[in-house]
Design a protein around this ligand. Structure first.
Ligand code: DGL
Length: 271
């Protein structure tokens, strides 16, 4: 048994979709979450900036004695995972490998779509991870930069005409390619599951990368005998680089509960 907390970080609020799954799968674990709300979004930035920000995020999290770090952010996982792993002596999990594995398992035809931020699609990381498992895979990748602001504005519901129109425009080539599995390669997209599923059709399996990362974290801790007591109720602390009040207000959308007494602000530029 290992009672140390797990660190989780993201460019902002979106990583809470992963935390929600971690709370479900690993109820006894303490979690320290950092959301870089003062510098979000990362998805349209250069590799150099994403790596610099990610190093500071990890440096802040490492001010706690952690047993592992989960990078909930698609952009950081696809762009900076290897750098961060090379510089840190604790297990660091990204979302790419677990999601690629799940996509290959789910796909019958090997025709798989990937959507994410510009940086995620530019990296080609999902395609490489899927091809490593299934060399004959047919892949269609598409950057969907407008989906993050729509989600952050709460426009996630069926019959929101703007969201439906944007989803349709981005996903038209992915649908036309005939994929049977679609990797939702960004923290925010699970909140658009209904709208995306309506457009793609019931025959297309959607892969929630946050959920797959949470499963991978559970498997890692189980294999290494590092789980905390699953009967306890884990303690979760949240840190943000912008207003704690704003973080708590938006967190409700992602976590479905009030966490206002557990959020603190961090000066991330000091790390
Ligand atoms: N968290 C980012 C991701 O999963 C989305 C928001 C951003 O662009 O920073 O790629």
């Amino acid at each position: 048994m290992d009672t140390r907390p797990i660190g989780v970080f993201d460019s902002g609020m979106g990583g809470l979709t992963c935390v929600r799954q971690m709370i479900r799968l690993l109820p006894g674990e303490d979690i320290v979450y950092f959301g870089d709300t003062g510098r979000v979004p990362y998805g349209g930035r250069s590799v150099e900036t994403i790596v610099r920000y990610a190093r500071q995020d990890v440096s802040f999290l490492r001010s706690f004695d952690l047993k592992a770090i989960v990078i909930a952010c698609g952009t950081v996982s696809t762009t900076a995972l290897d750098v961060l792993k090379g510089e840190n002596d604790l297990p660091i999990l990204g979302v790419v490998q677990p999601a690629a594995k799940a996509a290959v398992k789910a796909s019958k035809s090997g025709n798989i779509g990937v959507i994410g931020t510009k940086a995620t699609i530019r990296s080609g990381a999902y395609e490489a991870a899927i091809r490593a498992l299934l060399p004959e895979a047919t892949l269609t990748a598409k950057a969907c930069p407008l989906l993050v602001p729509l989600v952050e504005d709460g426009r996630v519901h069926r019959s929101d005409l703007v969201t439906e129109r944007v989803v349709e425009e981005y996903l038209a080539p992915v649908k036309a390619a005939g994929v049977d599995t679609l990797v939702l390669g960004c923290t925010h997209y699970p909140l658009l599951m209904d709208v995306i599923s309506d457009y793609m059709g019931a025959g297309v399996t959607l892969i929630d990368t946050g959920e797959e990362a949470a499963r991978a974290a559970a498997a890692l801790l189980t294999n290494e005998d590092q789980l905390n007591d699953p009967a306890r109720n884990g303690l979760r602390r949240y840190y943000a680089s912008d207003s704690a009040e704003d973080f708590a207000a938006t967190a409700k959308l992602f976590l479905g509960k009030d966490i206002s007494d557990r959020v603190e602000r961090v000066a991330i530029e000091n790390y």
